[in-house]
Design a protein around this ligand. Structure first.
Ligand code: UDP
Length: 241
């Protein structure tokens, strides 16, 4: 591994919405390519990278359930949406010369590999980016929880959450420019103050596995590599010393 990278293996969670660019639905190809380029830079640093991509740009189970659809069934549709995003990211990464594998928690033999932990491990050792699709494979969960789960299973050194802003704030800084920004938080702080970082089950899972969470702005080109060098702006969520 390059001496400049501070982590050997990480998992990056990108929400589906981050792939929309300026659109209000679906995928913006230029945005997918731009994020893929950031991932490629980190791979070039010698970091082993896992990806989990959400599906909120296409379908969100909980919203459809509010509109009257059966929740579990709606969640399966949501999980299928994450597979579409994973395949789009795979194309973008491979165009940049990055070897990738998509592994789906819902087996889809003609489209991608099924999720097999030890196989994913082998791909990472060979320098391939593994994109974990279909969340946890279970309804009533989110891709944030899937990200914490896969990061723990793969023994990642950190779970990165690429968001719309450069860290965790007490309130949405786009609505309240005065909102306090935190450099470092504990898992307890996030849970007790209900800070909008990741859902509570993802935070709990990270806490139980002592998995640091790093929150940064996915829309700043090069930010992912900067965070991997320990530079730039981000919030770290860890256990108190
Ligand atoms: N989903 C699910 N189980 C999982 C992960 C996701 O049922 O383990 C469904 C759920 O309906 C969710 C949708 O997939 O709304 C898209 O995922 P998510 O909302 O986490 O995407 P993001 O907000 O990150 O784009």
């Amino acid at each position: 591994m390059s001496p400049i990278a501070i982590h050997k293996r990480v998992l990056l969670k990108v929400s589906g919405e981050a792939l929309m660019g300026r659109r209000d639905y679906g995928l913006d190809t230029n945005t997918v390519v731009r994020i893929a380029a950031d991932v490629a830079d980190v791979v070039a640093m010698g970091v082993q990278v896992c990806l989990v991509i959400g599906g909120g740009n296409i379908f969100r189970g909980v919203s459809a359930a509010t509109a009257g659809m059966d929740r579990a069934q709606a969640d399966y549709i949501g999980m299928l949406a994450t597979v579409m995003n994973a395949l789009a990211m795979q194309i973008a990464l491979e165009k940049l010369g990055v070897a990738t594998r998509v592994q789906s928690a819902i087996p889809m033999a003609s489209v991608c590999e099924p999720y097999i932990r030890r196989r994913a491990e082998r791909h990472l050792e060979k320098g391939r980016v593994v994109i974990f699709a279909a969340g946890t494979g279970n309804p009533f969960f989110t891709t944030d929880t899937a990200a914490a789960l896969r990061a723990a299973e793969m023994g990642c050194n950190a779970l990165l959450k690429g968001t719309q802003v450069d860290g965790v704030y007490a309130a949405d800084p786009r609505k309240n420019p005065e909102a306090e920004r935190f450099e470092q938080l504990t898992y307890h702080d996030v849970l007790a103050h209900d800070l909008a970082v990741m859902d509570a089950s993802a935070i709990s899972l990270a806490r139980e596995n002592r998995l640091p969470i790093i929150v940064f702005n996915i829309h700043v080109p090069g930010a992912f590599a900067q965070v991997m060098r320990g530079d730039g702006r981000f919030t770290t969520i860890v256990e108190p010393p």
